[in-house]
Design a protein around this ligand. Structure first.
Ligand SMILES: Nc1nc2c(ncn2[C@@H]2O[C@H](COP(=O)(O)OP(=O)(O)OP(=O)(O)O)[C@@H](O)[C@H]2O)c(=O)[nH]1
Ligand SMILES: [Mg+2]
Length: 355
């Protein structure tokens, strides 16, 4: 399935129904009073999170959404029925922006998030409402108001626990395909991955991690080189960064790649480097003996960028092979521990907030 992470759609609330002009007609009552009912309210267009959706793919064909109209009022003071709401399902993590101003209207980050994106118009008042002591037979009623309409941009930021970052060809997609049932394209050339992939990894009974694999980053990506850094928005919300570099090119090149990736992340507005991180030196199966130890020593000698978090207790360096599976379990166990620890601290902060 192709990943669609931004779509523009047109939404319009239902028009309100018109109020009715009507007079009572009864035998022996020559001039009955006004009895035109009110029009019904138009339906709202509502965006609702469905946690089973991972992409905006379902908007590829349908981009216009108009909620139901309110019915017109009728005689005998019968009010028109309200129009039906139109509920549009979106993945969790969808950001809603006004297409003309770019303003963020809503951030549907929680699993139950719901947002009325276009309100239905109110129904018009029937002529019964306009009767006064001096004006007993009003011949007018209000029209219904039109529903609100606008163009909005839906932007998806994936909700993943772990974001895989690194240069092209490091083996990020290979790792994702090894640890999850996701089947990203894998090939021996740079920029195989053009759109982010999500994989769900089972790390224990009933315990899962969502891993996001994004296109590779190269030097100057924050200035637009390669695939640019647009895709980094998908890891803005991940709890942990998993750097991956190719150790089979030798310790120096691998470590250079790591620092290049860090620099590109530094160039991204949201402070990604403050997240806890792990560094996987991949392709150990094809690397010379001792390269891993040399690589770790090189990173430590160079020192980490100042804005970078200090890594995590259980690592942060791993020698792995996404092809043979060597070291992968250790890496996952550590990553799962970091994610769980973060969730615990977030939970505690939440509880403090309540008291
Ligand atoms: N020997 C060896 N080769 C690997 C390993 N992991 C990945 N590869 C190979 O490296 C190449 C690139 O792998 P991908 O998974 O496509 O790399 P990527 O990081 O997703 O690349 P982009 O999508 O271009 O950013 C493929 O030919 C893989 O078979 C590994 O552990 N050992
Ligand atoms: Mg890839």
């Amino acid at each position: 399935m192709r990943f669609v992470d931004e779509v523009q759609i047109y939404v319009k609330g239902g028009d309100g129904g018109a109020g009715c002009v009507s007079f009572r007609r009864e035998k022996y009552v020559p001039r009955g009073g006004p009895d035109g009912g009110d029009g019904g309210k138009g339906g709202d267009v509502v965006l609702q999170v469905n946690t089973h959706l991972n992409t905006l793919y379902h908007f590829r064909k349908k981009r216009r959404f108009v909620a139901g109209k309110g019915q017109a009022g009728r005689g005998k003071n019968q009010h028109g029925r309200g129009g039906a709401d139109l509920v549009i399902e979106v993945p969790q993590g969808t950001l809603v922006k006004d297409a003309s101003t770019g303003m963020v209207l809503a951030d549907l980050a929680s699993p139950e998030a719901r947002y009325v994106v276009a309100r239905g118009g109110t129904g018009g008042k029937g002529n019964a409402r306009f009767a006064t002591s001096t004006r007993q037979a009003p011949r007018h009623a209000q029209p219904g108001l039109p529903g609100e309409e606008k163009e909005v941009v839906l932007e998806l930021k994936l909700m993943a626990d772990i974001g895989l970052v690194g240069p092209p060809n490091a083996g990020k997609s290979t790792l994702l395909s090894r640890i999850s049932s996701a089947r990203p394209k894998i090939a021996d050339y740079p920029f195989t991955t053009l759109t982010p992939n999500l994989g769900v990894v089972e790390v224990g009974p009933g315990e899962t991690l969502v891993v996001a694999d994004i296109p590779g980053l190269i030097e100057g990506a924050h200035l637009g080189a390669g695939m640019g850094i647009e895709f980094l928005r998908h890891i803005e919300r991940t709890s942990v960064l998993l750097f991956m570099v190719d150790l089979s090119q030798g310790a120096e090149a691998a470590v250079d790649d790591f620092f290049t990736t860090c620099r590109e992340l530094e160039g991204y507005p949201a402070s990604l480097l403050e997240k806890p991180w792990l560094l996987a030196f991949n392709k150990v199966d094809a690397a010379g003996a001792g390269e891993f130890d040399r690589a770790v020593a090189l990173v430590e000698a160079k020192g980490l960028p100042g804005s970078m978090s200090r890594g995590v207790g259980c690592g942060p360096f791993f020698a792995v092979s996404a092809v043979t599976g060597q070291g992968v379990d250790d890496l996952l166990r550590c990553a799962a521990g970091v994610v769980a620890a973060l969730e615990d601290t977030e939970g505690e902060q939440g509880e403090e907030g309540v008291s």
